[in-house]
Design a protein around this ligand. Structure first.
Ligand SMILES: [Zn+2]
Length: 416
């Protein structure tokens, strides 16, 4: 009896001590937004060990170890810490990333930094690339040679016959890349199985493809066959809708995520919004994309402003209907890496900073099944963190002013 009591008394402080000793990264003096719905912690401390958050709280309660072995301290005075960002619409498809076997680890790291980690992205969903090439990069990140985000991928996209989008044909030709077009629903099913066997985390269909003077719509039976097979394998399906007809194909085939808004079709009606919501779809606005494309293709300022107005209305209407919004920029198709404009446009459309934070963290974690590990700053969560040099509650473009990006407890981008 006496012995066991002594043992208990001895164990309690020993466990507490180990917790403190086991920190290999400490963020101190930070204003922390633990999640989009919680109050911020002023003068907060976050302790990290083995890639996981071991403690978070105000400095008076959580102390970084002052006598432990090698601890990296990041002084976050005047800065803000949030969970690592997700970008749910990127392409591992730039000249610097294609033919990965010919690029050094340093070159790949540099390209991924410029495009992704420098903007706070610790996880990205690649919504069309070459699966074998993207797998090469993912393997090198996992081995530690390449510094980069966690990458999920859909691999090669699914185009209907004649549905390779006009704006990508030149690029494919220049880079001698052939992407197949579908011959039949049965072939679609076979390709879904093959891609998932080869490591794809999702599937992407072009429900509507932009062609010269028209939008080519994927036959419904093809879309249905592909989506059904992907769901049978437990994988989400993204659709590039282009217009209202494309949205109908997505709705009627059971697609999970709209990869863009559809400014081409004008504003969405309340009934349309309700149908998309009832189908439990997520929406990726990609507002900057429409501005970038308008400039590239010489659209008039008036047409460009109309497109932005429609896309903004769709985003706001879907958000107001409690539809799920995922942050995404289409970077890798565009070379417009700076995220400030997307935040400005989302705010202008009517989303507040907490809603925008949700599109970057909790919404994608929930959509893709990672709520238990990712999306919030909390004990036992992955130590995927972003340190911002400004407070997004005061100015949403602060989400783009990234001082440090931390993935699994390691600094993958930082201004020392
Ligand atoms: Zn895209």
């Amino acid at each position: 009896m006496r012995n066991s009591l002594l043992l208990v008394l001895f164990l309690i402080p020993a466990v507490a001590c180990n917790d403190i000793l086991a920190s290999d990264l400490a963020l101190i003096r930070a204003k922390i937004y633990p999640s989009p719905t919680e109050a911020p912690i002023e003068d907060g401390t976050i302790l990290v060990h083995n890639g996981v958050i071991t403690a978070i709280g105000p400095a008076r309660r959580v102390h970084p170890p002052d006598f432990a072995r090698a601890v990296t301290n990041i002084n976050c005075q005047g800065m803000v810490v949030t969970a690592g960002f997700w970008n749910s619409h990127v392409h591992i498809f730039t000249a610097g990333l294609l033919h990965a076997e010919t690029h050094s680890d340093i070159d790949l790291s540099s390209q991924l930094e410029q495009m992704l980690t420098r903007w706070g992205f610790t996880t990205v969903f690649d919504t069309a690339s070459l699966l074998e090439n993207t797998n090469n990069i993912r393997r090198r990140i996992a081995r530690g040679g390449v510094r980069g985000p966690r990458i999920f991928t859909v691999g090669e996209p699914f185009y209907a016959k004649g549905g390779t989008p006009i704006y990508i044909r030149g690029f494919l030709q220049e880079n001698r890349i052939a992407l197949p077009e579908l011959e039949s629903p049965a072939q679609g099913v076979e390709r879904v199985r093959q891609e998932i066997r080869d490591g794809a985390d999702g599937i992407k269909i072009f429900a509507g493809s932009i062609e010269p003077g028209s939008v080519l719509i994927m036959p419904l039976e093809e879309a249905r066959a592909i989506v059904t097979e992907a769901h049978r394998e437990g994988k989400p399906v993204f659709a590039h809708p282009s217009n209202n007809e494309g949205i109908e194909i997505a709705l009627n085939s059971g697609v999970d995520i709209l990869a863009h808004t559809t400014p081409m079709s004008g504003t969405w009606t309340a009934q349309q919004v309700q149908r998309i919501k009832a189908a439990n779809m997520a929406l990726i606005p990609t507002l900057t994309l429409f501005e970038v494309e308008a400039k590239k293709f010489g659209e008039s300022a008036e047409d460009s402003a109309n497109d932005l107005r429609s896309a903004s209305q769709q985003l706001k209407a879907y958000s107001d209907a409690k539809g799920q919004i995922l942050f995404g920029t289409d970077v890798g198709y565009t070379d417009y890496y700076d995220t400030a404009e997307e935040f400005r446009l989302m705010s202008q459309a009517g989303l507040d900073f907490r809603q925008i934070l949700a599109t970057l963290t909790t919404n994608p974690a929930s959509r893709f099944g990672y709520t238990a590990h990712s999306g919030r700053v909390a004990k036992d969560m992955d130590a995927d963190l972003v340190v911002l040099a400004g407070d997004p509650a005061k100015d949403v473009t602060a989400f783009s002013r990234v001082a440090f990006t931390i993935r699994q407890g390691k600094i993958v981008f930082g201004k020392d």
